[in-house]
Design a protein around this ligand. Structure first.
Ligand SMILES: [Fe+2]
Length: 259
């Protein structure tokens, strides 16, 4: 049954969305904190992320950056104009926003280069084992799952958590000043664009999902969407953990040597 949802409250207020969506967001909050509160961001913000971990991060996350418009394209293929208000909204939004993603891969490479990781290392260098977890999940859910699941896993969960961690780093004066003035703006462009303060994409994605499902979806549908959101956060956390492994390993070696 699809009791129609039409948002009347503010886009960026959780209370504007149906109760099932509010509950789902609350239930996934702990998994989201595993990403937003990840150690990697504090180390990066302090400007003390070592060169190996920086390279792992830039190369390890790259497949998701590069494929993000393709995930959206997979979801676009699932829409049919006129089938439902949610389909129309998703189609319109995806067509428009795939284009917005156009330059983001270049901006990621500029960030990497500014941080000392060459374009070649990002594109062709080995990514640490396990960092493909997030890319694999995004590919699977956008390729094979229903439209609402694909959108909530990528445009809501991945982009939403990314907005929060991007803002943490972009707000760090220490981090900004670690880039030479000559290429600081170009290096930080990706972070600036993804920082949560002017990114409404995750909210728009949530609105689309709620329009697709209405105010009274089945318990099974809600449970499945919640699981998709959780899997996105957990996959992100695993990917970030693997980026820091080299750092942990070198610490362990250092401690052994000192002992
Ligand atoms: Fe982007």
């Amino acid at each position: 049954m699809n009791a129609r949802f039409e948002r009347t409250g503010a886009l960026t207020e959780l209370t504007s969305y149906p109760q099932w969506a509010q509950n789902m967001v609350a239930e996934c909050e702990d998994a989201k904190q595993g990403v937003v509160g990840h150690e990697l961001w504090s180390v990066m913000s302090e400007g003390t992320l070592d060169a190996t971990s920086t390279r792992h991060f830039m190369a390890g996350v790259w497949p998701v950056i590069e494929r993000f418009p393709a995930y959206m394209a997979h979801n676009l293929l699932k829409t049919r104009y006129g089938r439902s208000p949610g389909d129309n909204m998703a189609r319109r939004w995806l067509v428009r926003n795939i284009r917005v993603e156009q330059n983001h891969a270049d901006y990621w490479l500029h960030w990497a280069e500014g941080a000392g990781v060459t374009r070649d290392e990002v594109l062709h260098g080995p990514a640490p084992l396990g960092t493909g977890t997030l890319a694999n999940w995004c590919e699977e859910v956008s390729g094979n799952a229903p439209l609402a699941a694909g959108i909530i896993a990528t445009n809501y969960a991945v982009e939403g958590a990314t907005g929060e961690w991007s803002q943490l780093i972009y707000d760090s004066v220490t981090y900004k000043e670690s880039f030479p003035v000559s290429n600081r703006t170009a290096s930080l462009r990706w972070l600036q664009l993804h920082a949560a303060y002017d990114d409404t994409h995750p909210w728009e994605a949530l609105e689309i999902v709620c329009t697709l499902l209405g105010t009274a979806p089945s318990t099974a549908e809600v449970a499945y969407l919640g699981e998709c959101v959780r899997r996105s956060y957990i996959s992100m956390q695993i990917t970030l953990d693997r980026c820091l492994d080299a750092r942990r390993a070198s610490w362990a070696l250092g401690e052994e040597a000192a002992a």
